[in-house]
Design a protein around this ligand. Structure first.
Ligand code: SAM
Length: 473
């Protein structure tokens, strides 16, 4: 139970301009408690209860905007044009909906965001002249969206039609089937941040298994309302429990695939709010975990013609020799490793060995019958993967690490097959390994390919880290 007096003191201190840190020190409470108190008192999870005032002289476009062309997106500043601001906790950078809306819809199209929050997508639709329907479980968030939409477009083109309503993304009955041009939405990441004071239907109070069931329902509604061949973009991140990742991103993607969607693009959105030096860097090494530094922006497509891609040929790393390992490689501390095209293999493998192998390890296809009791096996995801895993599990010591390097590839019909999703599914079903990390390698310095179909250039790979399960432990 929260004490009413302390809640009021928190709100008063906030209104007097104290930072969360100062309030925490003064009242002896942590950030989570402050968020909870503000959400209870104000009905909405905002960092500043006084903000969201109408701005006077608004700059309506970003200073510099270039459409993203690769599968790794990174916005150093969140974007502050029009009424955009970071006050609503967990809202997304307006660069994300701007890119999605510009690439996957056209003027006067109808866009839906069923996790509307404080209206970032809504504001972008108003600026880019798309009709919009926004839904949120929290009426206070809808009220914030209304405030944020309260600005004039000078020399106006015809103003788009914008509809906001309180509702549940699991039930979009008021939208007819096959009528929506684009879905662009950002769900809660299970219960990492709470958006309401436990309002009925709020997904942000569900632990991850219930959350995924609910997202399955949302995915079905998305498939129903979207026009054929149109797109649905969802931003989702992973969670961490103790020292292991919970791959909420992959599992949410699977729910959309089960609903019938194909993947058009699987984009890595880098996060810049994580600490890569000092305390966090040291702890990441001491306790052997990586700081989550990425989310997935997945663009699904409701394809009408299904294609069987047959057996894919995967081959992420063609050839690698143990003597190429670097002794003095810098140890990475987050889940995004940025390397140059010319030496990414060397740096990635050296990092894996330095972090996970204290004694014996083996690389890729070099397993031999003399190898026993290994600390680490690094496997390439290729057509012999399943066979190799059967062998690997015998010669890995209990608690040993399996690192799998894999990638996404584009099919002949422009959809994406994800090796990472395949590996995760296969090893989960096998039940002999527990996933520990999902690492993304962003490969820079490549020449941009000009894709006539307007597809994003795939510039990332994955390393999935697993621990062999010790039975009876
Ligand atoms: C990550 S936030 C979205 C932030 C938004 N993109 C923005 O920039 O303001 C997730 C939102 O989902 C809402 N929400 C949670 N459960 C919901 C449900 N069942 N249906 C609709 N909205 C829900 C929360 O109230 C919260 O506003």
């Amino acid at each position: 139970m929260m004490n009413t007096k302390i809640i009021q003191e928190i709100v008063e201190n906030k209104k007097n301009g104290l930072s969360d840190k100062e309030i925490g020190e003064r009242l002896g409470v942590n950030l989570k408690f402050i968020e909870k108190a503000i959400t209870r008192e104000m009905g909405v999870n905002v960092s500043n209860p006084l903000m969201s005032k109408k701005k006077l002289a608004l700059v309506l476009t970003p200073k510099k905007f270039t459409a993203e062309t690769t599968t790794v997106w990174s916005f150093k500043s969140r974007g502050a044009w029009a009424t955009h601001n970071g006050n609503y906790r967990g809202n997304w950078s307006p660069y994300i909906p701007r890119n999605v809306i510009s690439r996957y819809s056209k003027k006067n199209d109808l866009v839906v965001d069923y996790f509307c929050g404080a209206g970032t997508t809504a504001v972008e639709c108003k600026l880019l002249n798309r009709d919009f329907i926004g839904v949120d479980i929290n009426p206070y968030a809808i009220a914030l969206s209304e405030t944020n939409l309260d600005f004039e477009i000078p020399n106006g083109e015809s103003a788009p039609q914008i509809t906001l309503r309180t509702g549940d993304a699991k039930n979009l009955d008021f939208i007819r089937p096959n009528t929506v041009d684009l879905i662009c939405a950002h769900p809660p990441y299970s219960n990492i941040i709470q958006y309401t004071d436990k309002r009925n239907g709020d997904l942000s109070h569900l632990e991850y298994k219930q959350f995924l069931t609910a997202m399955g329902r949302v995915a079905q509604e998305s498939f129903r309302i979207l026009k054929d061949n149109h797109f649905c973009a969802i931003l989702i991140g992973d969670m961490r429990k103790n020292k292991n990742v919970i791959p909420l991103g992959f599992w949410t993607i699977n729910k959309y695939l089960e609903a019938g969607f194909d993947i058009k693009n699987l984009i890595i959105k880098r996060q810049h709010n994580c600490k890569t030096t000092g305390f966090w860097y040291n702890n990441s090494i001491k306790f052997n975990f990586l700081l989550l530094a990425h989310e997935y922006l997945v663009v699904f497509q409701k394809k009408t013609a299904k294609v069987n891609h047959g057996n894919r040929k995967w081959n992420v790393i063609a050839k690698f020799d143990q003597k190429d390992l670097m002794k003095n490689v810098d140890l990475e501390s987050t889940t995004v490793w940025i390397f140059l095209k010319k030496d990414w293999v060397k740096k990635a493998l050296s990092n894996i060995v330095k972090r996970y192998a204290s004694r014996k390890y083996s690389l890729l296809n070099m397993l031999s019958s003399e190898n026993q009791d290994l600390d680490l096996i690094i496997a390439n995801y290729d057509e012999n993967f399943e066979k190799k895993i059967q062998k690997a599990k015998k010669i890995l010591r209990p608690d040993g690490i399996l690192a799998v390097i894999c990638e996404d590839v584009r099919n002949s019909n422009d959809s994406i097959s994800s090796g990472a999703l395949d590996v995760e599914r296969f090893l989960r079903d096998l039940g002999e390994f527990k996933i520990k990390e999902v690492i993304v390698i962003s490969i820079e310095g490549d020449d941009k390919k000009n894709d006539s179909a307007g597809n994003l250039d795939i510039t990332h790979k994955y390393v999935l880290i697993y621990k062999k399960i010790m039975y009876g432990k």
